[in-house]
Design a protein around this ligand. Structure first.
Ligand code: ZN
Length: 145
């Protein structure tokens, strides 16, 4: 990637005879978020699947995804069904959670956009979620950050 950046910079320098302003550097180089592993990404809507049945959990976080997953895993380890719907499902159904294949279904930095993004996904299939999100009933996203 560094070689690519240097090549782009050198090409721009040579062509213009001096350095010029690049209007959109992300177009050439990519943003820092593009280079992060998915687990380190912030501002995401994510899906956690059950290995035993077809249910999935759809969540959102403005924090690093890794932190939210560790909270769910800790709840499961402590048999805490109150703080994690994923842990509740695994404990009460005696099912196994597919932690290795957590997927990001949307990137949204704004809380309200993440909430609106997760709701229709939650309602689209069998879900571990305890509510449907913003659509029914009015959902307080502030408590899930
Ligand atoms: Zn299950």
């Amino acid at each position: 990637m560094l070689q690519h950046k240097n090549a782009v910079a050198k090409a721009l320098f040579n062509r213009a005879g001096s350095f010029q302003t690049i209007p959109d550097t992300k177009k050439y180089i990519g943003s820092s978020e593009d280079r992060l592993p998915p687990i380190k990404t912030r501002g995401v809507v994510y899906q956690i699947a059950c290995k035993t049945c077809t249910m999935v959990y759809i969540g959102q976080t403005g924090r690093m995804l890794e932190h939210r997953l560790k909270e769910n895993q800790r709840a499961l380890k402590l048999l805490d069904i109150n703080t994690s719907a994923v842990a509740q499902h695994a404990i009460q159904q005696h099912h196994r959670i597919d932690w290795e294949n957590v997927t990001i279904v949307d990137h949204q930095q704004k809380l309200h956009k993440r909430c609106y993004s997760e709701s229709p996904i939650r309602m689209s299939g069998p879900s571990m979620n305890r509510d449907t999100g913003l659509l029914l009933p009015v959902y307080n996203c502030q408590t899930k950050m």
